[in-house]
Design a binder for this molecule. Sequence first.
Ligand code: EPU
Length: 339
Amino acid sequence: MADFREFYPLRRHNTFGFDVRARLAVSVRSEKDLVEALDDPRAQGLPVVVLGGGSNVVLSGDLDALVLLIEIPGYHVTESAGTDGSVHVTAGAGENWHGLVGRTIADGLPGLENLALIPGTVGAAPIQNIGAYGVELCERLASVRAYDRQTRTFVELDAAQCAFGYRDSVFKHAGRDRYIITAVTLCLPRPWQPALGYTELARELEGLDQPDAARIRDAVVAIRSRKLPDPAVIGNAGSFFKNPIVDATQRDALVAANPSLVSYRQSDGRYKLAAGWLIDQCGFKGVSDGPVGVYAKQALVLVHHGGGSARDLLALAHRIADTVQERFGVRIEPEPVII
Ligand code: EPU
Protein backbone atom coordinates (compact mmCIF):
# COMPACT_ATOMS: atom_id res chain seq x y z
CA MET A 1 0.00 0.00 0.00
CA ALA A 2 1.29 3.43 -0.88
CA ASP A 3 2.08 5.78 2.00
CA PHE A 4 -0.46 8.48 1.08
CA ARG A 5 -0.79 11.69 3.00
CA GLU A 6 -4.12 13.51 2.85
CA PHE A 7 -4.63 17.27 2.44
CA TYR A 8 -0.89 17.58 2.29
CA PRO A 9 0.55 21.14 2.34
CA LEU A 10 2.60 21.95 -0.77
CA ARG A 11 4.07 25.30 0.29
CA ARG A 12 7.58 23.86 0.36
CA HIS A 13 7.02 21.99 -2.90
CA ASN A 14 6.44 24.96 -5.18
CA THR A 15 8.96 27.66 -5.92
CA PHE A 16 6.50 30.53 -5.39
CA GLY A 17 5.68 29.20 -1.93
CA PHE A 18 1.92 29.34 -2.48
CA ASP A 19 -0.12 27.86 0.35
CA VAL A 20 -2.02 25.08 -1.42
CA ARG A 21 -2.84 21.51 -0.48
CA ALA A 22 -2.99 18.17 -2.25
CA ARG A 23 -5.94 15.86 -1.69
CA LEU A 24 -3.42 12.97 -1.70
CA ALA A 25 0.37 13.17 -1.82
CA VAL A 26 3.00 10.50 -1.80
CA SER A 27 6.75 10.51 -1.83
CA VAL A 28 8.09 8.39 -4.72
CA ARG A 29 11.61 7.05 -4.16
CA SER A 30 11.65 4.25 -6.72
CA GLU A 31 9.88 3.05 -9.85
CA LYS A 32 8.16 0.46 -7.67
CA ASP A 33 6.78 3.23 -5.41
CA LEU A 34 5.47 4.97 -8.53
CA VAL A 35 3.54 1.98 -9.88
CA GLU A 36 2.24 1.16 -6.42
CA ALA A 37 0.88 4.69 -5.96
CA LEU A 38 -0.78 4.77 -9.39
CA ASP A 39 -2.39 1.36 -8.87
CA ASP A 40 -3.63 2.11 -5.36
CA PRO A 41 -7.44 1.92 -5.17
CA ARG A 42 -7.56 5.24 -3.27
CA ALA A 43 -5.98 7.02 -6.26
CA GLN A 44 -8.39 5.73 -8.89
CA GLY A 45 -10.32 8.48 -10.66
CA LEU A 46 -8.07 11.23 -9.34
CA PRO A 47 -6.00 13.29 -11.75
CA VAL A 48 -2.25 12.86 -11.26
CA VAL A 49 0.13 15.76 -10.75
CA VAL A 50 3.88 15.22 -10.76
CA LEU A 51 6.10 17.53 -8.72
CA GLY A 52 9.88 17.44 -8.68
CA GLY A 53 11.33 20.43 -6.90
CA GLY A 54 8.33 22.49 -7.99
CA SER A 55 10.83 24.98 -9.38
CA ASN A 56 8.98 25.72 -12.57
CA VAL A 57 5.32 25.44 -11.66
CA VAL A 58 2.58 27.80 -10.61
CA LEU A 59 0.08 25.96 -8.40
CA SER A 60 -3.13 27.85 -8.99
CA GLY A 61 -5.13 26.37 -6.08
CA ASP A 62 -5.73 23.28 -3.95
CA LEU A 63 -5.19 20.16 -6.01
CA ASP A 64 -8.00 17.62 -5.97
CA ALA A 65 -5.45 15.16 -7.26
CA LEU A 66 -2.86 12.55 -6.43
CA VAL A 67 0.42 14.47 -6.20
CA LEU A 68 3.53 12.40 -6.82
CA LEU A 69 6.55 13.94 -5.10
CA ILE A 70 9.37 12.50 -7.18
CA GLU A 71 12.45 11.79 -5.07
CA ILE A 72 14.01 8.95 -7.06
CA PRO A 73 17.80 8.98 -6.46
CA GLY A 74 20.55 7.64 -8.70
CA TYR A 75 23.86 8.42 -10.39
CA HIS A 76 25.56 6.09 -12.80
CA VAL A 77 28.39 6.74 -15.28
CA THR A 78 28.96 4.69 -18.44
CA GLU A 79 32.35 5.48 -19.98
CA SER A 80 32.53 5.52 -23.79
CA ALA A 81 28.86 4.76 -24.17
CA GLY A 82 28.51 6.58 -27.47
CA THR A 83 30.19 5.38 -30.68
CA ASP A 84 31.84 8.82 -30.67
CA GLY A 85 33.49 8.18 -27.29
CA SER A 86 30.97 10.25 -25.38
CA VAL A 87 30.33 9.50 -21.71
CA HIS A 88 26.80 8.74 -20.58
CA VAL A 89 25.59 9.71 -17.12
CA THR A 90 22.24 8.45 -15.87
CA ALA A 91 20.65 10.27 -12.95
CA GLY A 92 17.46 9.62 -11.01
CA ALA A 93 14.63 12.08 -11.64
CA GLY A 94 14.66 13.20 -8.01
CA GLU A 95 18.30 14.29 -7.94
CA ASN A 96 18.94 18.01 -7.63
CA TRP A 97 20.03 19.39 -11.03
CA HIS A 98 22.76 21.72 -9.75
CA GLY A 99 24.05 18.91 -7.51
CA LEU A 100 24.36 16.71 -10.58
CA VAL A 101 26.28 19.41 -12.47
CA GLY A 102 28.73 19.67 -9.55
CA ARG A 103 29.10 15.92 -9.20
CA THR A 104 29.91 15.37 -12.88
CA ILE A 105 32.53 18.14 -12.80
CA ALA A 106 34.08 16.71 -9.60
CA ASP A 107 34.21 13.32 -11.36
CA GLY A 108 36.15 14.87 -14.26
CA LEU A 109 33.13 14.76 -16.59
CA PRO A 110 32.67 18.25 -18.07
CA GLY A 111 29.76 19.25 -20.30
CA LEU A 112 27.00 20.56 -18.03
CA GLU A 113 28.83 23.58 -16.59
CA ASN A 114 26.85 26.19 -18.54
CA LEU A 115 23.66 24.84 -16.94
CA ALA A 116 24.87 25.34 -13.36
CA LEU A 117 22.58 26.75 -10.66
CA ILE A 118 19.36 26.13 -12.56
CA PRO A 119 16.90 25.29 -9.78
CA GLY A 120 14.95 22.06 -9.74
CA THR A 121 15.35 18.35 -10.22
CA VAL A 122 16.87 16.22 -12.95
CA GLY A 123 13.43 14.91 -13.92
CA ALA A 124 12.10 18.42 -14.47
CA ALA A 125 14.99 19.45 -16.72
CA PRO A 126 13.72 17.84 -19.96
CA ILE A 127 10.17 19.15 -19.52
CA GLN A 128 11.13 22.73 -20.28
CA ASN A 129 14.42 21.80 -22.01
CA ILE A 130 16.41 23.95 -19.58
CA GLY A 131 18.92 26.22 -21.27
CA ALA A 132 21.34 28.94 -20.30
CA TYR A 133 24.53 30.64 -21.40
CA GLY A 134 24.62 29.08 -24.84
CA VAL A 135 23.73 25.46 -24.01
CA GLU A 136 20.36 23.70 -24.00
CA LEU A 137 19.71 20.39 -22.27
CA CYS A 138 18.69 18.78 -25.59
CA GLU A 139 22.31 19.14 -26.78
CA ARG A 140 23.44 16.94 -23.88
CA LEU A 141 20.61 14.45 -23.67
CA ALA A 142 20.77 10.80 -24.76
CA SER A 143 17.41 9.57 -23.44
CA VAL A 144 14.66 9.97 -20.89
CA ARG A 145 13.23 7.02 -18.97
CA ALA A 146 9.56 7.39 -18.13
CA TYR A 147 6.50 5.48 -17.06
CA ASP A 148 3.98 5.52 -19.88
CA ARG A 149 0.54 5.73 -18.26
CA GLN A 150 -1.12 4.78 -21.55
CA THR A 151 0.65 1.43 -22.00
CA ARG A 152 1.49 1.02 -18.28
CA THR A 153 5.12 0.23 -19.10
CA PHE A 154 8.48 1.94 -18.67
CA VAL A 155 9.84 3.42 -21.89
CA GLU A 156 13.06 5.09 -23.06
CA LEU A 157 12.53 8.17 -25.21
CA ASP A 158 15.46 9.43 -27.26
CA ALA A 159 16.03 13.14 -27.90
CA ALA A 160 13.99 13.11 -31.14
CA GLN A 161 11.01 11.51 -29.38
CA CYS A 162 11.20 14.22 -26.71
CA ALA A 163 10.44 16.79 -29.49
CA PHE A 164 12.56 19.48 -27.87
CA GLY A 165 12.18 23.13 -28.75
CA TYR A 166 13.04 26.39 -27.01
CA ARG A 167 11.79 25.82 -23.41
CA ASP A 168 9.54 23.14 -24.85
CA SER A 169 9.16 19.36 -25.20
CA VAL A 170 6.60 16.61 -25.68
CA PHE A 171 6.26 16.58 -21.86
CA LYS A 172 4.53 19.98 -22.04
CA HIS A 173 2.04 18.80 -24.67
CA ALA A 174 0.80 15.34 -25.70
CA GLY A 175 3.08 13.69 -23.16
CA ARG A 176 2.05 15.89 -20.26
CA ASP A 177 -0.42 13.45 -18.74
CA ARG A 178 1.13 10.41 -20.37
CA TYR A 179 4.75 10.22 -19.20
CA ILE A 180 6.20 10.32 -15.70
CA ILE A 181 9.96 10.81 -15.91
CA THR A 182 11.99 8.55 -13.62
CA ALA A 183 15.56 8.99 -14.94
CA VAL A 184 17.53 11.00 -17.47
CA THR A 185 20.63 9.86 -19.38
CA LEU A 186 22.97 12.64 -20.41
CA CYS A 187 25.51 12.41 -23.19
CA LEU A 188 28.71 14.33 -22.49
CA PRO A 189 30.60 14.70 -25.78
CA ARG A 190 34.29 13.81 -25.96
CA PRO A 191 36.59 15.58 -26.51
CA TRP A 192 35.08 18.29 -24.33
CA GLN A 193 34.87 21.73 -25.85
CA PRO A 194 33.96 24.69 -23.69
CA ALA A 195 30.89 26.64 -24.88
CA LEU A 196 31.96 30.25 -24.46
CA GLY A 197 29.91 31.85 -27.23
CA TYR A 198 27.55 33.69 -24.86
CA THR A 199 28.91 37.24 -24.60
CA GLU A 200 28.16 37.72 -20.91
CA LEU A 201 29.91 34.47 -20.01
CA ALA A 202 32.94 35.24 -22.18
CA ARG A 203 33.19 38.64 -20.45
CA GLU A 204 33.04 37.02 -17.01
CA LEU A 205 35.95 34.74 -17.96
CA GLU A 206 38.06 37.43 -19.64
CA GLY A 207 41.77 37.13 -18.88
CA LEU A 208 41.57 33.40 -18.13
CA ASP A 209 43.48 31.26 -20.59
CA GLN A 210 41.51 28.08 -21.40
CA PRO A 211 39.17 27.96 -18.40
CA ASP A 212 38.23 24.45 -17.27
CA ALA A 213 34.67 23.28 -16.56
CA ALA A 214 34.85 24.20 -12.86
CA ARG A 215 35.87 27.78 -13.73
CA ILE A 216 33.05 28.06 -16.26
CA ARG A 217 30.59 26.67 -13.71
CA ASP A 218 31.79 29.27 -11.17
CA ALA A 219 31.36 32.06 -13.71
CA VAL A 220 27.80 30.94 -14.52
CA VAL A 221 27.01 30.76 -10.80
CA ALA A 222 28.39 34.28 -10.33
CA ILE A 223 26.33 35.74 -13.19
CA ARG A 224 23.12 34.00 -12.14
CA SER A 225 23.56 34.98 -8.49
CA ARG A 226 23.93 38.62 -9.49
CA LYS A 227 20.76 38.87 -11.52
CA LEU A 228 18.38 36.12 -10.43
CA PRO A 229 16.75 35.90 -6.99
CA ASP A 230 17.40 32.77 -4.91
CA PRO A 231 14.11 30.83 -4.73
CA ALA A 232 15.02 29.74 -1.18
CA VAL A 233 14.82 33.41 -0.18
CA ILE A 234 12.14 34.86 -2.45
CA GLY A 235 9.52 32.91 -4.40
CA ASN A 236 10.24 32.92 -8.14
CA ALA A 237 10.48 30.60 -11.15
CA GLY A 238 13.40 32.24 -12.96
CA SER A 239 12.22 33.72 -16.23
CA PHE A 240 8.45 33.95 -16.01
CA PHE A 241 8.07 34.60 -19.75
CA LYS A 242 9.64 32.98 -22.78
CA ASN A 243 11.50 35.20 -25.20
CA PRO A 244 9.04 35.56 -28.10
CA ILE A 245 10.09 34.57 -31.61
CA VAL A 246 9.00 36.76 -34.53
CA ASP A 247 9.71 36.85 -38.27
CA ALA A 248 12.35 39.14 -39.76
CA THR A 249 9.79 41.62 -41.17
CA GLN A 250 8.19 42.18 -37.78
CA ARG A 251 11.57 42.40 -36.06
CA ASP A 252 12.85 44.96 -38.62
CA ALA A 253 9.75 47.11 -38.10
CA LEU A 254 10.21 46.94 -34.33
CA VAL A 255 13.91 47.89 -34.59
CA ALA A 256 13.03 50.83 -36.84
CA ALA A 257 10.67 52.12 -34.14
CA ASN A 258 12.85 51.06 -31.18
CA PRO A 259 16.54 51.14 -32.13
CA SER A 260 17.69 49.69 -28.78
CA LEU A 261 15.48 46.57 -29.08
CA VAL A 262 17.45 43.42 -28.14
CA SER A 263 16.99 40.52 -30.57
CA TYR A 264 18.88 37.40 -31.57
CA ARG A 265 18.80 35.83 -35.04
CA GLN A 266 17.74 32.16 -35.06
CA SER A 267 19.04 29.51 -37.45
CA ASP A 268 15.73 29.61 -39.37
CA GLY A 269 16.04 33.36 -40.06
CA ARG A 270 13.49 34.40 -37.46
CA TYR A 271 14.39 36.48 -34.39
CA LYS A 272 14.09 35.90 -30.67
CA LEU A 273 13.27 39.11 -28.81
CA ALA A 274 14.47 39.73 -25.24
CA ALA A 275 11.20 39.66 -23.28
CA GLY A 276 13.06 41.24 -20.34
CA TRP A 277 13.79 44.25 -22.49
CA LEU A 278 10.17 44.52 -23.72
CA ILE A 279 8.83 44.34 -20.13
CA ASP A 280 11.47 46.75 -18.85
CA GLN A 281 10.52 49.29 -21.56
CA CYS A 282 6.90 49.12 -20.37
CA GLY A 283 8.07 50.29 -16.95
CA PHE A 284 7.40 47.14 -14.96
CA LYS A 285 10.89 46.47 -13.58
CA GLY A 286 10.82 46.57 -9.78
CA VAL A 287 7.06 47.19 -9.68
CA SER A 288 5.14 45.63 -6.78
CA ASP A 289 1.49 44.68 -6.84
CA GLY A 290 0.57 43.67 -3.29
CA PRO A 291 2.23 40.34 -2.46
CA VAL A 292 3.69 39.86 -5.95
CA GLY A 293 5.96 41.90 -8.18
CA VAL A 294 8.61 42.17 -10.86
CA TYR A 295 12.19 41.61 -9.71
CA ALA A 296 14.17 44.86 -9.56
CA LYS A 297 17.26 43.48 -11.31
CA GLN A 298 15.57 41.47 -14.07
CA ALA A 299 12.18 42.34 -15.56
CA LEU A 300 11.67 38.79 -16.81
CA VAL A 301 11.35 37.42 -13.28
CA LEU A 302 8.12 37.63 -11.27
CA VAL A 303 8.41 37.26 -7.50
CA HIS A 304 6.12 36.39 -4.61
CA HIS A 305 6.92 38.18 -1.35
CA GLY A 306 4.60 35.97 0.71
CA GLY A 307 0.93 35.86 1.64
CA GLY A 308 -0.31 35.96 -1.94
CA SER A 309 -1.78 33.45 -4.34
CA ALA A 310 -1.41 32.31 -7.91
CA ARG A 311 -4.41 34.54 -8.70
CA ASP A 312 -2.34 37.63 -7.75
CA LEU A 313 0.63 36.41 -9.74
CA LEU A 314 -1.34 35.51 -12.87
CA ALA A 315 -3.22 38.84 -12.75
CA LEU A 316 0.11 40.68 -12.80
CA ALA A 317 1.41 38.39 -15.56
CA HIS A 318 -1.66 39.15 -17.71
CA ARG A 319 -1.30 42.88 -17.12
CA ILE A 320 2.34 42.72 -18.22
CA ALA A 321 1.59 40.58 -21.31
CA ASP A 322 -1.31 42.86 -22.34
CA THR A 323 0.83 46.00 -21.95
CA VAL A 324 3.68 44.49 -23.99
CA GLN A 325 1.19 43.46 -26.68
CA GLU A 326 -0.39 46.93 -26.84
CA ARG A 327 2.96 48.66 -27.09
CA PHE A 328 4.92 46.26 -29.32
CA GLY A 329 2.28 44.03 -30.95
CA VAL A 330 4.03 40.92 -29.61
CA ARG A 331 2.42 38.38 -27.28
CA ILE A 332 4.69 37.03 -24.53
CA GLU A 333 3.82 33.63 -23.08
CA PRO A 334 4.47 32.29 -19.58
CA GLU A 335 7.34 29.86 -19.27
CA PRO A 336 6.45 27.86 -16.11
CA VAL A 337 3.80 25.16 -16.16
CA ILE A 338 0.54 26.44 -14.66
CA ILE A 339 -1.30 23.69 -12.78
N1 EPU B 1 17.04 43.19 -20.41
C1 EPU B 1 16.59 44.44 -20.10
N2 EPU B 1 15.91 44.62 -18.93
C2 EPU B 1 15.67 43.61 -18.07
C3 EPU B 1 16.13 42.31 -18.39
C4 EPU B 1 16.81 42.12 -19.58
O1 EPU B 1 16.77 45.37 -20.86
O2 EPU B 1 15.07 43.86 -17.03
C5 EPU B 1 17.84 42.97 -21.62
C6 EPU B 1 19.27 42.70 -21.23
O3 EPU B 1 20.02 43.88 -21.14
C7 EPU B 1 19.78 41.82 -22.35
C8 EPU B 1 18.54 41.11 -22.83
O4 EPU B 1 17.42 41.81 -22.30
O5 EPU B 1 20.30 42.60 -23.39
C9 EPU B 1 18.50 39.66 -22.44
O6 EPU B 1 18.55 39.53 -21.04
P1 EPU B 1 19.42 38.40 -20.30
O7 EPU B 1 20.77 38.32 -20.90
O8 EPU B 1 19.28 38.63 -18.87
O9 EPU B 1 18.82 37.01 -20.72
P2 EPU B 1 17.34 36.63 -20.83
O10 EPU B 1 16.91 36.57 -22.27
O11 EPU B 1 16.57 37.49 -19.93
C10 EPU B 1 17.64 34.03 -21.00
C11 EPU B 1 16.92 32.87 -20.38
C12 EPU B 1 17.46 32.60 -19.00
C13 EPU B 1 18.93 32.27 -19.13
C14 EPU B 1 19.64 33.46 -19.79
C15 EPU B 1 21.07 33.13 -20.10
C16 EPU B 1 14.67 32.80 -21.27
C17 EPU B 1 13.23 33.10 -21.04
N3 EPU B 1 15.50 33.16 -20.30
O12 EPU B 1 17.34 35.15 -20.19
O13 EPU B 1 16.78 31.45 -18.47
O14 EPU B 1 19.50 32.01 -17.87
O15 EPU B 1 19.01 33.76 -21.07
O16 EPU B 1 21.15 32.19 -21.12
O17 EPU B 1 15.00 32.20 -22.29
C18 EPU B 1 14.96 30.70 -17.15
O18 EPU B 1 14.56 30.09 -18.13
O19 EPU B 1 14.35 30.66 -16.05
C19 EPU B 1 16.17 31.51 -17.24
C20 EPU B 1 16.63 32.22 -16.23
